[in-house]
Ligand binder design. Sequence first.
Ligand code: XMP
Length: 511
Amino acid sequence: RIIVIDFGGQYNQLIARRVREANVYCEIYSYKTDFEKIKALNPKGIILTGGPNSVYEVGGPTYTKELFELGIPVLGICYGAQLMSYLLGGKVETAKAAEYGKTDIIIDCPSSKIFKNVPTNTVGWMSHFDYISAPADGFTITAHTDNCPVAAAEDEEKKLYAVQWHPEVLHSIHGKEVLQNFVYDICGCVGDWKMDSFVTESIAQIKEKVGDGKVLCALSGGVDSSVAAVMLSKAIGNQLTCVFVDHGLLRKNEGDEVEEVFGPEGHYDLNFIRVNAQERFYGKLAGVTEPEQKRKIIGEEFIRVFEEEAKKIGTVDFLVQGTIYPDVVESGLGGESEVIKSHHNVGGLPDYVDFKEIIEPLRDLFKDEVRKAGLELGIPENLVYRQPFPGPGLGIRIIGEVNADRVKIVQDADAIYREEVAKAGVADELGQYFAALTNMQSVGVMGDERTYDYAVALRAVNTVDFMTAEASEIPWDVLHKVTSRIINEVDHVNRVLYDLTSKPPGTIEFE
Ligand code: XMP
């Protein structure tokens, strides 16, 4: 495996993904991780990430020099490159002007192993103030730019490599080659980490860990919990119990679809329990309009329902969580905070469910890898590629009070929207899209009669990480079709609006 030591760079996860795309297993550890631990992992190579600090900053992120004496190849990227040079006796200075964005790079040493298949003139993504002004002893300068005398340097004998630009970013034209050269040619990795072997190995590990124990899983029908449940069921069959709480705030027919796949008539051998708690949730939500209060009520009620079901089952040995790798990394991987984050993921479940240990079968996977694992496990594509759906469900897509009638309106409108988008073949281009029910009623005319009904809002966004988003450009004719179908087919709707707000200042959901 390759280990990425994270110094707080914004692209840290991207580095690990690129390495995994080369079929080499890769993990990220904080720079605070003990040297002995890194050593014990015995990685084939180590990559030091970028970061926002300067190497001269007192108390700034650093690492022990011993890292470079292990005989393990090290690649330093941006801050990682500066830190490597600085720790080994080179010189780092602050430039008068930052170098940012696509930058022309001249490779001075085309025979370097790290630049195999990289032309002498290439383009790299730069993002730095500080630069290496003089490399450490034993290092050769292997690339430069107009503003940066040492854009890359290496000590071939010690297998230490420093690059100032970011090969993990797609704007770096030959970045993929640089990373592949490092992991294959320099570290000697063979690239045999594949999803099918990951799935097989995980199933074997789960089998061994669980033995004849009992396992409980909260299934939401979303991608992560579905993939986790199927992996568990392949490993331990009906020692697994899956509880699926239908809170009445799912998309149209979604509850039945989940039951079809996971229920007794479905494809898997597990104890599937569907709790139809619709009325209970609507009861709690009656008359409530404040968004945060609605979210709280839904979250709390979910816990209560799950708790009751768990009590019926009694003590279980393991509780499954669909934690995925980004959650782990964001919590400061390898550090003490891991467990805390896991608890947060399920809204405090471990406090009241009687279990001995948590199983997180997806904690090593990125979202797209979870999907690949899902396909590998034979989960239907429509489930694997399901768009993200918030825990509070349609509750936060209905502005104002939530009740059965209003849920039906938004379910029907949303189903039409999704059907037409799919028919038009534009679904893959959209990050997330859905219909919401506004709290606005307005005047219209239908069949010569005055109407006074609701407005449905359509939202569609393009986003990479859901932190920022832009309104998608859905073809006009598709929007026309959706609008006329909603007005004609959904009772109590006489107006359809398209939301063009980006995030920020808007959010993706309405509440
Ligand atoms: P916002 O509305 O904050 O949404 O821009 C960003 C992403 O997060 C999802 N979302 C949630 N997911 N529980 C979830 O599991 C929640 O309470 C929740 N609120 C928002 C939203 O669907 C979008 O993908």
